[in-house]
Design a protein around this ligand. Structure first.
Ligand SMILES: Nc1ncnc2c1ncn2[C@@H]1O[C@H](COP(=O)(O)OP(=O)(O)OP(=O)(O)O)[C@@H](O)[C@H]1O
Ligand SMILES: [Mg+2]
Length: 226
């Protein structure tokens, strides 16, 4: 991604705590679950249901949500192509830091451009961190019918410019790790599918639903978590 680098004379300062030590402390492996999809495709609903379920099972998971991040860190950014790029670049970098800290990060951003999502994937892989792209593949007619924020309606009336799916592009993932159909399954089923997938690839311990919901001593299992 093209970022003008103005930070000169900076030298990386290494921590005395390794990632393995943080993982042992938390008894899980950090990583990022990247939810992408059209407005109203169900990203936030899925993300927070998943966060709740993972925490209930004793995992430290945390959501970075599009609208929430634009309340603070990214409140200076609008919705032009370059600002959307910068929005995702910052979120990708923040997610990577959280993942390195050992947390399971769930991002829920439209993230309409492939290039930015690929950037997020690349910086995670370059740091040997898990990255799972989950495409919320909800047909636009369904998204538009839902429209809880009435933004599709506003965009159709021409009162909102550059709205993804109406007059701004959405580039669907070409090879996401997972595809979720929120028009066919309720949030709880989608979350169960995601957890099943994470277990199948070894990012979460199999049968994690049997884990104690609050605390599992690090030494107990040698679990390989996300
Ligand atoms: N699995 C599902 N089944 C049925 N309805 C759902 C499902 N997931 C989400 N919804 C509904 O779809 C609407 C939009 O969901 P949500 O706000 O999570 O979308 P979003 O992708 O985060 O949208 P935005 O990009 O605008 O933030 C809500 O009314 C929500 O209740
Ligand atoms: Mg949302």
């Amino acid at each position: 991604m093209d970022v003008k680098v103005n930070a000169t004379n900076v030298v990386w300062h290494f921590s005395q705590i390794g990632r393995e030590e943080r993982e042992a402390l938390l008894n899980q492996r950090g990583g990022t679950l990247w939810l992408t999809g059209l407005p109203s495709s169900g990203k936030s609903t899925t993300a927070y249901t998943l966060e709740y379920e993972l925490n209930r099972r004793g995992f430290f998971a945390y959501v970075l949500d599009g609208d929430n991040v634009r309340h603070g860190l990214n409140k200076d950014l609008g919705f032009s192509a370059s600002e959307r790029q910068e929005n995702i670049r910052r979120v990708a970098e923040v997610a990577k830091l959280f993942a390195d800290a050992g947390i399971i990060i769930i991002t829920s951003f439209i993230s309409p451009y492939r290039k930015e999502r690929d950037f997020a994937r690349r910086i995670h892989h370059d740091s040997d961190l898990n990255f799972v792209e989950i495409f919320m593949d909800t047909p636009i007619e369904i998204c538009e019918r839902r429209d809880p924020k009435c933004l599709y309606a506003k965009a159709r009336r021409g009162e909102l410019k550059g709205f993804t799916g109406v007059d701004d592009p959405y580039e669907p993932p070409l090879s996401p790790e997972m595809v979720a159909r929120t028009d066919e399954h309720p949030p709880e089923s989608i979350v169960a599918q995601i957890i099943e997938f994470l277990e199948s690839v070894g990012y979460l311990p199999v049968g994690s639903q049997q884990s104690s919901p609050v605390y599992r001593p690090a030494a107990a299992s040698g679990l390989k978590a996300i």
